[in-house]
Design a protein around this ligand. Structure first.
Ligand code: FAD
Length: 310
């Protein structure tokens, strides 16, 4: 069995694996796709001390760094169930889609999250070419330009306020008849001179010139009239969905499906830790996922050294 089994191979999982392996304990990583969301990212400019890198390059470096240690990396393996240990010092079990079962004294869950997509024509084609999901990451690319934010919940309104400080114009598009964000955020939003709010609007298409976004088309749901807005960028803020469906019923999750963790990454199950975008830790970013992963690796080690010798 493993001393530490990490499920997920993004920045959080890689950091957890390195910190665990450096303690000389038996460490494994099972990942559906080693690299995680980083693989889908183009420019990364907020990975501190590295002014610019690219997702696929960072993902390759993550994997190379993990493989510097005797870590058992099981790539292209999807976990489908977690069976908790039936007592202190007993083994947890993770079942893979292949039917294989992995046993471990401690588990670190780092299965990340995925941005909910609009599912309209042009969205895939122009991803990273004007269609963006993370204002903290890509906002500065649109300095002085025209952007839209899709979604009028807290994250959409926060994104619009953030972008209004950088962009020439920001249009917030909400499907419903009204915004759902907290009143204080809505008040801040409406005080900004360069923000326009459009409600009852269904985005129907991302428009582009083949190389980049040039606008979006939406339907006014009250009149059925179609409108086009000229734009340089579109930030989609309709939800970040944690990859935790497979844990439902086994471990404490929030209503939104985030794994509840404490400051050390401990979950509701003894010996099971979690880190990164799949958890309640705020601000979903690479440096943060790495820091949380490192903490979970150390917390798992602390847990192990307190177990009665087998
Ligand atoms: P993830 O990166 O999501 O990794 C999750 C891992 O778990 C993957 O290996 C996945 O395959 C695996 N997994 C999922 N389910 C299972 C399962 N059931 N069984 C086994 N394995 C599973 N952040 C920045 O700091 N700067 C940026 O510039 C930036 N740009 C971004 C651009 C885009 C387009 C996107 C999508 C995100 C961006 N982010 C950026 C956010 C950043 O990528 C995430 O915060 C970070 O990757 C989270 O790391 P993680 O390890 O928690 O999860």
């Amino acid at each position: 069995p493993f001393d530490v089994l990490i499920v997920g191979g993004g920045p959080a999982g890689a950091a957890a694996a390195i910190y665990a392996a450096r303690k000389g304990i038996r460490t494994g990583v099972a990942a559906e796709r080693f690299g995680g969301q980083v693989l889908d990212t183009m420019g990364i400019e907020n990975f501190i001390s590295v002014p610019h890198t690219e997702g696929p390059r960072l993902a390759a470096q993550l994997e190379a760094h993990v493989r510097d240690y005797p870590v058992d990396v099981m790539n292209l393996q999807t976990a489908v169930a977690l069976t908790p240990a039936d007592g202190p010092g007993r083994l947890h079990e993770v079942e893979l889609e292949s039917g294989a079962r992995l046993k471990a004294r401690t588990i670190i869950l780092t299965t990340g999250a995925r941005w909910r997509q609009m599912g309209v024509p042009g969205e895939d084609l122009y991803r990273n070419k004007g269609v963006a999901y993370c204002p903290h990451c890509d906002g500065p690319l649109f300095k002085g330009k025209r952007t839209a934010v899709i979604g009028g919940g807290n994250s959409g309104v926060e994104a619009a306020i953030d972008l209004a400080g950088l962009c020439a114009e920001v249009t917030l598009i909400e499907f419903d008849g009204q915004l759902r964000a907290d009143a204080v955020l809505q008040a801040r939003l409406t005080s900004l001179p360069n923000v326009t709010v459009v409600t009852s609007a269904l985005t129907t298409e991302v428009l582009g010139d083949g190389a980049k976004v040039t606008g979006l088309r939406y339907k006014d749901r009250s009149t059925d009239a179609e409108h086009v807005i000229d734009l340089d960028g579109i930030f989609v803020q309709i939800g970040l969905v944690p990859n935790t469906e497979w844990l439902d019923g086994t471990i404490a999750l929030t209503q939104r499906g985030e794994i509840e963790v404490d400051a050390r990454g401990a979950t509701s199950l003894p010996g099971v830790f979690a880190a990164g975008d799949a958890t309640t830790a705020p601000y979903k970013q690479i440096v943060i996922a790495m820091g949380e992963g490192a903490k979970a690796g150390l917390a798992a080690f602390d847990y192990l050294i307190r177990l009665a010798p087998a």
